[in-house]
Design a binder for this molecule. Structure first.
Ligand code: RM4
Ligand code: MN
Length: 390
């Protein structure tokens, strides 16, 4: 074994779990075109099979998030058993109130009580699904807002959102939780009803302990210090989950760590600082990505490895040296401690460690050599399971 990753660091990495999204395996594209891909799953079961392949090769992805209605099935118990037999769990249930004509002017915030009722009922149905799948988290992202000044009563919409969320929250039981995701723009451009962590925090704080904020790394304005938000939400006990991805411009949904690995490192450093990788962590680390031009399964494999790699580097930060430099006001020494960890290449040691656990040293190469892709391309003729097209 190498010498950089201590037994304590390896023990932390050992329990790291990254949830993969079912929609990463379906057809996807941009606002201009959804591409068909050979081997596209024909049903949610086949998406789960692909997710299980990511876990089999990396040991990192033991659960898969579902999107309702994209992943609707007749028997969620059967879906759960199917997943469990492949060694994975069903994770976060994501609601969808952004693909229905009724929701043109809002869903949980809509002026019309009948439309709000429909949107609330959809979320209650999602909790029914959670009861059957054993999922802990209901994640809500809302495509609600307005395009023109004066178009909407922003205050009234915030009040209606609070009422709607309270009805959904009241339906949760046991250890089920509600995650409210924020995004600063799109599909509306003048105002968005949950644009930032502060709004999400205000809404979930009013609900109760089991309502928390979901931080999607692609949902901030350029230049935003995301790790500051991570720190603050952890401080407040309200960082419930991540949607990891990376972006150059906006909500690009690219492979996490691809555009800015240093940002992922900084985020993981704060996560660790706040106890987010401790054994009792309650944070769900999920990917929210689409692979439009690259192989989807291999893209997911690289994504979970990127999260692991930047976590390992963040765990290498010499805490004592950092604190000493900070306390003595030695700005450059503090920064150097931080950068030393970031610049440490942990890939050879992680490969050795994988091999020692019976996993492929190079999961992407193992995937390419496995024949899995050729197998699904031959078997799944006509698969059109999709996110955007559904
Ligand atoms: C949204 C948001 C949600 C995701 C959908 C597909 O932009 O990030 O998390 O469920 O996209
Ligand atoms: Mn998201």
């Amino acid at each position: 074994m190498g010498t950089m990753l201590s037994p304590e660091i390896l023990a932390t990495l050992e329990r790291q779990a990254i949830e993969v999204p079912s929609w990463a395996y379906g057809n996807s594209g941009t606002r201009f075109k959804v591409y068909g891909t050979d081997g596209t799953p024909r049903d949610p079961f086949e998406k789960i099979a692909d997710a299980a392949e990511v876990n089999r090769l990396t040991g990192l992805a033991s659960s898969v998030a579902l999107h309702i209605p994209w992943d609707k099935v007749d028997d969620y118990g059967a879906l759960r058993t199917y997943a469990n037999d492949l060694g994975i769990e069903l994770g976060t249930i994501n609601s969808n109130t952004f693909q229905d004509d009724n929701y043109k002017f809002g869903a949980l915030t809509h002026e019309d009580p009948a439309v709000r009722r429909k949107a609330i009922d959809h979320h209650l149905e999602c909790v029914d699904v959670m009861d059957a799948t054993g999922s802990r988290d209901l994640k809500i992202w809302l495509a609600e807002g307005s395009n023109y000044p004066g178009q909407a009563d922003m205050r009234g919409r915030q009040d209606r959102l609070a009422e709607s969320l309270a009805q959904i929250y009241a339906r949760l039981s046991g250890d089920q939780r509600l995650m409210l995701e924020y995004k600063f723009f799109e599909p509306s451009f003048y105002h968005t009803d949950v644009p930032d962590w502060g709004t999400s925090y205000a809404q979930v704080a009013a609900l109760g302990d089991r309502a928390m904020v979901c931080l999607d790394t692609g949902h901030h304005a350029p230049g935003t210090n995301i790790e500051f938000i991570v720190m603050q939400l952890q401080r407040l006990g309200k960082l419930g989950s991540f949607d990891f991805n990376s972006r150059f411009y906006a909500d690009d949904d690219l492979i996490v760590g691809a555009a800015d690995p240093f940002q992922l490192f900084r985020i993981m450093f704060e996560v660790i600082r706040g106890g987010g990788l401790d054994a009792d962590t309650e944070i769900t680390f999920m990917l929210d990505q689409c692979h439009n031009v690259e192989n989807k399964i291999q893209g997911q494999i690289r994504s979970v490895l990127n999260v692991q790699e930047m976590s390992a580097r963040a765990l290498l930060v010499d805490h004592d040296a950092l604190v000493a430099a900070q306390r003595s006001g030695d700005v450059l020494a503090a920064n150097a401690v931080f950068m030393d960890a970031f610049y440490t290449d942990v890939r050879p040691e992680l490969a050795q460690w994988r091999a020692a656990r019976g996993l492929p040293a190079d999961p992407e190469a193992a995937f390419r050599a496995s024949g899995y892709q050729a197998g699904i391309e031959a078997a799944r003729v006509g698969g059109v399971q999709a996110g955007w097209g559904a």
